[in-house]
Design a protein around this ligand. Structure first.
Ligand code: CUA
Length: 159
């Protein structure tokens, strides 16, 4: 089969890129232990009510002078709501879902994670300024998805 010279160059270039990208993923995952999620913790979504942490979701003192916020997402609410956290201190969110996949986005910040049934999503952020933020579900979860919001109150000083 005859392939044009320039066609041949592009074929090799595209093939080279695919090898390069796949190779990068392989090397990164093997050499630097990079995984899609840094924190893997499972939980039974059917027994959240009797779970010592998520049975009574809320804000608790954290080990580093900050707070730990356990949040349960369930169509179409977040619990607790509102969430009150201190400004300028590390806030560790621990999210899970009681039913379907929900989003948890603190609008206007980079705090954004998914709440997935069966898993606990955890991340830590610091809110430098006091104020009120909107928490929005950003994964389509049903007819009232657009109503699934909560309020985050960031307060100066202790929680
Ligand atoms: Cu919950 Cu969309």
């Amino acid at each position: 089969m005859h392939v044009e010279f320039y066609e041949r160059i592009w074929m090799w270039a595209a093939g080279g890129l695919i090898v390069l990208f796949l190779g990068t993923i392989l090397v990164m995952s093997a050499a630097q232990a990079v995984a899609p999620q840094s924190h893997l913790e499972t939980i039974d979504p059917a027994s959240l009510a009797s779970n010592p942490e998520f049975g009574s979701p809320g804000v608790k003192p954290g080990p580093d002078g900050g707070v730990v916020v356990s949040v349960v997402a369930e169509t179409f609410d977040f619990s607790p709501n509102p969430i009150e956290v201190p400004a300028g201190k590390p806030v560790t969110f621990r999210l899970t879902s009681a039913d379907v996949i929900h989003g948890f986005e603190v609008v206007g910040t980079n705090a954004n994670a998914m709440a997935i049934p069966g898993y606990v999503s955890q991340f830590t952020v610091t809110f430098p300024k006091a104020g009120e933020y909107l928490i929005a579900c950003n994964e389509y979860c049903g007819l009232l998805h657009h109503n699934m919001t909560a309020k985050l109150i960031v307060k100066k000083g202790a929680p």
